[in-house]
Design a protein around this ligand. Structure first.
Ligand code: ATP
Ligand code: MG
Length: 492
C-alpha cells in the first residue's frame, strides 16, 4: 500500500494532556525518543484520553525492535512468539511496547500476548479475585532503570534470520515480514477510534483513518471492508459489542451489518480467547450493558448458548433480574476500584441454566447437595464447549452453590467456620441477591450481614442462638423442604 500521510492534529488542537498520561508511560516514551526512536501512545488509551476517560492501560508503539527496547529498560521482558512484544514493568503497572507491525504480521490478539504465568500473576494472591481495569494505580516503587548497552543500533541477534527486511541508511527498519512502519501498523488495527497515535516528539495526534472524527461523532467503524476484517478475526465482533457497551458508541451500519451473518465464525475461535473476551465484557465496569448489547446482536449465543437459551425462554424472569442486578453490582464494584470475582460472575450468568437442570430432576432431589453439584457441573460443561472456564473457577461455582443451603440454614457455631471459607464473600453476595428476589429468606441474609459486623463475642452469641434451633432430625435429608424452626435469627 502506498504510504498515506496522516492527518496531524497539533497539541494546541486536541485535549490530550500529559497530566492525564501515566508517568510510567511517559518515561517509556521519553526514553525511546531520547534513544532516537519513534514512540507513540496508541490504541484504547488515546481513544479514552480524547473522550476524557481514564485509560485502563497505556500501550506504546515504536520503530525500535523488541530487542532494542529490551536493552533500553532493565525492567523489561519480551513476550509473544511470532510477534514479540516488550512488557516494561513498574511496580503494578505494565507498559506494553509493540514494534510497528507489517501487514503480514499476526494480527493483534491472534496469539496470546500475555503468557500463562503472567495471567496467574495478574490474578493475585487472593486466588481468583481479579482487578481488571479501574483507575490507573500509581506505581509503588518505580523500578525504572536503564542499562548502558548501546541503543538505536541493530545488533547481531536482534533480527530473525528468516525475515526479509529493508533498512534505510541509518539502519532503521523499513519493512520486513513481521515488523513494519507506522504506515503498515495502522491498517492492521480494528476500529478507527482505536487507531490513533499520540506522538511523543511533539505531542501531536496522527490520524490515518478518520478516527478523531469518529470519536467526536461517537461512532465505531472498522477499518477496511467489515466482512473481510471479521473473517480475518471473528473476535472483532465481540470487540465491537464491547466498545458499544463500554463507550456507548453507535456501531456504524456497515460495521454492524455483517455481525448477524458472521457470528457463527466465533465457533472457530479458541475457547481460551473467548473466555478472556467474556471477562473483558463482564468484569470491566459495563457488564450489564454488555449483556444487553450481546443479546441484541445475537452474540451471547456464541459465548454462552445455555445462558442465551435460558433468557430467551424465560423473558422477564426472576433469574434474569438476578443476573442483571448481579452484573450491576459488579459494575459498581469496578467503578469504586474494588476487586471483582470471576466466580461470582459465572454463578450469576449460569444461575438460570443451573436452576433449569435441577428443575428437570425429580422433585425429591431438588434440595440434595448432589443434585446442586451435578447441575453446576453440567451447566459449566455446556459453557465449556465455547469458553474455556479454568477449572479453579468451575470449582468456585460449585462451592458457591453448595454453600447456599448452608448459608440459608446456619447451624450454631458451624456458621462461624463458614465465615472463614475462601468463597464466603462470593457465596454471601449470591445469597443477598437471591434474597433480594425472594429466592432466599431476607431475614437470614440480614443475619449474615449482622454476623460479619459483630465482634467475636457477639458472633458466638448469635451463632449459639441460631444453633438452639437444633440439629436436623436424623434421616431428614432436605433442610429446605420444611421451614426451618428459626428463620428469623436471634434478637438485635
Ligand atoms: P481497552 O480499553 O479495553 O483496553 P483497547 O482498544 O486498548 O481497549 P486492547 O485489547 O487493549 O483494546 O488492544 C489495544 C489495541 O490493539 C486496540 O486499540 C487496537 O488498535 C488493537 N487491537 C486489539 N485487538 C485487535 C484485533 N483483534 N484486531 C485488530 N486490532 C486489534
Ligand atoms: Mg488497551
Amino acid at each position: 500500500m502506498a504510504p498515506t500521510p496522516p492527518r496531524v492534529i497539533p497539541r494546541a488542537e486536541h485535549i490530550v494532556s500529559r497530566s492525564h498520561i501515566s508517568p510510567n508511560a511517559l518515561r517509556v516514551l521519553y526514553r525511546l525518543r531520547d534513544a532516537g526512536f519513534q514512540a507513540f501512545l496508541v490504541g484504547g488509551c488515546v481513544r479514552d484520553l480524547l473522550l476524557g476517560l481514564d485509560p485502563k492501560d497505556f500501550d506504546v508503539a515504536t520503530d525500535a525492535l523488541p530487542e532494542q527496547v529490551k536493552r533500553l529498560f532493565r525492567n523489561c521482558r519480551l513476550v509473544g512468539r511470532r510477534f514479540r512484544l516488550a512488557h516494561v514493568f513498574f511496580g503494578q503497572e505494565t507498559i506494553e511496547v509493540a514494534t510497528f507491525r507489517a501487514s503480514t504480521a499476526p494480527s493483534q490478539g491472534e496469539e496470546p500476548e500475555i503468557e500463562e504465568e503472567e495471567v496467574e500473576e495478574a490474578e493475585g494472591e487472593e486466588g481468583e479475585i481479579l482487578d481488571l481495569g479501574g483507575p490507573v494505580t500509581e506505581p509503588r516503587a518505580a523500578r525504572y532503570e536503564a542499562t548502558h548497552a548501546p541503543v538505536g543500533v541493530i545488533q547481531e541477534g536482534d533480527l530473525d534470520p528468516d525475515a526479509v527486511r529493508m533498512f534505510d541508511e541509518t539502519g532503521r527498519i523499513l519493512r520486513d515480514n513481521v515488523y513494519g512502519t507506522i504506515n503498515d501498523d495502522v491498517w492492521r488495527r480494528d476500529f478507527t477510534a482505536n487507531s490513533l497515535y499520540y506522538n511523543v516528539a511533539d505531542f501531536s495526534i496522527w490520524d490515518y483513518v478518520g478516527g478523531v472524527e469518529d470519536i467526536a461523532a461517537r461512532r465505531l467503524r472498522l477499518i477496511g471492508d467489515p466482512e473481510t476484517r471479521y473473517r480475518e478475526d471473528p473476535v472483532r465482533m465481540l470487540r465491537a459489542a464491547r466498545f458499544e457497551a463500554k463507550l456507548g458508541f453507535q456501531i456504524d451500519p456497515a460495521t454492524a451489518e455483517p455481525i448477524a451473518r458472521l457470528r457463527e465464525l466465533l465457533g472457530g475461535v479458541p475457547p481460551a480467547r473467548l473466555f478472556d473476551e467474556t471477562l473483558k465484557l463482564f468484569l470491566t465496569g459495563h457488564g450489564a450493558r454488555s449483556l444487553e448489547v450481546l443479546r441484541r446482536r445475537g452474540l451471547l449465543t456464541a459465548l454462552m448458548p445455555n445462558v442465551e437459551a435460558y433468557l430467551a425462554r424465560h423473558p422477564g424472569s426472576l433469574v434474569e433480574k438476578l443476573l442483571l442486578k448481579g452484573l450491576a453490582n459488579t459494575d459498581a464494584r469496578v467503578g469504586a476500584g474494588r476487586p471483582v470475582a470471576p466466580t461470582f460472575l459465572l454463578s450469576v450468568l449460569l444461575y438460570g441454566p443451573i436452576a433449569q437442570i435441577i428443575e428437570a430432576m425429580p422433585p425429591s432431589r431438588w434440595h440434595e447437595l448432589s443434585a446442586i453439584l451435578e447441575a453446576c457441573d453440567q451447566a459449566v460443561r455446556e459453557a465449556q464447549t465455547h469458553i474455556a472456564i479454568p477449572k479453579r473457577l468451575a470449582l468456585g461455582v460449585r462451592e458457591m452453590f453448595a454453600m447456599q443451603p448452608r448459608l440459608e440454614y446456619p447451624r450454631g457455631r458451624r456458621a462461624l467456620r463458614l465465615l472463614a471459607h475462601p468463597k464466603f464473600r462470593a457465596g454471601y453476595d449470591l445469597l443477598l441477591l437471591r434474597a433480594e428476589f425472594g429466592m432466599a429468606s431476607s431475614d437470614v441474609a440480614r443475619w449474615w450481614t449482622q454476623l460479619q459486623e459483630a465482634s467475636g463475642e457477639e458472633r458466638e452469641r448469635m451463632a449459639d442462638a441460631q444453633g438452639q434451633g437444633g440439629e436436623r432430625p436424623a434421616g431428614q435429608k432436605s433442610r429446605r423442604r420444611r421451614r426451618p424452626r428459626r428463620r428469623a435469627p436471634g434478637p438485635t
